[in-house]
Design a protein around this ligand. Structure first.
Ligand SMILES: O=C(CO)COP(=O)(O)O
Length: 129
């Protein structure tokens, strides 16, 4: 069974939360294939060099769309997307498109730390099956 592939994305107000979440799950994430939007990926790589992160473009510059394309190609096993619920985004259409594709393809997706814990547990149990 090949390593599970997970995408990590966080809006600016949620990036500290994403770094903390990734730290909590370091032992699992270091054995997974991790892709991330540009700035989120930079923060994770800086904090945890042991996680191998493929960084895509920054979200507003097309990174969300790149991850959406990976979902359409069925190249991902899960998505953790910490969406800022309090701020308007210039690339709101991309955010919507990304979450919509995750639903279309029934990709396990989490938008908060507790649901992200659940998605990671699901991926781990799926890998053991
Ligand atoms: O904007 C984002 C998701 O919509 C995240 O992009 P960055 O990780 O580049 O900040």
């Amino acid at each position: 069974m090949s390593a599970k592939k997970i995408a990590l994305v966080a809006h600016d107000a949620c990036k500290d939360e994403m770094v903390a979440w990734a730290g909590k799950h370091l032992s699992r994430l270091r054995h997974m294939s991790v892709v991330a939007t540009g700035t989120t990926g930079g923060r994770i790589a800086e904090a945890y060099p042991e996680i191998s992160v493929t960084r895509l473009k920054s979200g507003p510059l097309g990174g969300d769309q790149q991850i959406g394309a990976m979902i359409a190609e069925e190249a991902l096993d899960g998505l953790v997307f910490f969406v800022d619920p309090m701020s308007p985004m210039p690339h709101d259409v991309d955010v919507k498109a990304l979450t919509r594709l995750a639903i279309v393809y029934d990709l396990p997706m989490a938008c908060s730390p507790s649901t992200a814990d659940a998605v990671l547990d699901y991926l781990a149990s799926d890998a053991e099956r």
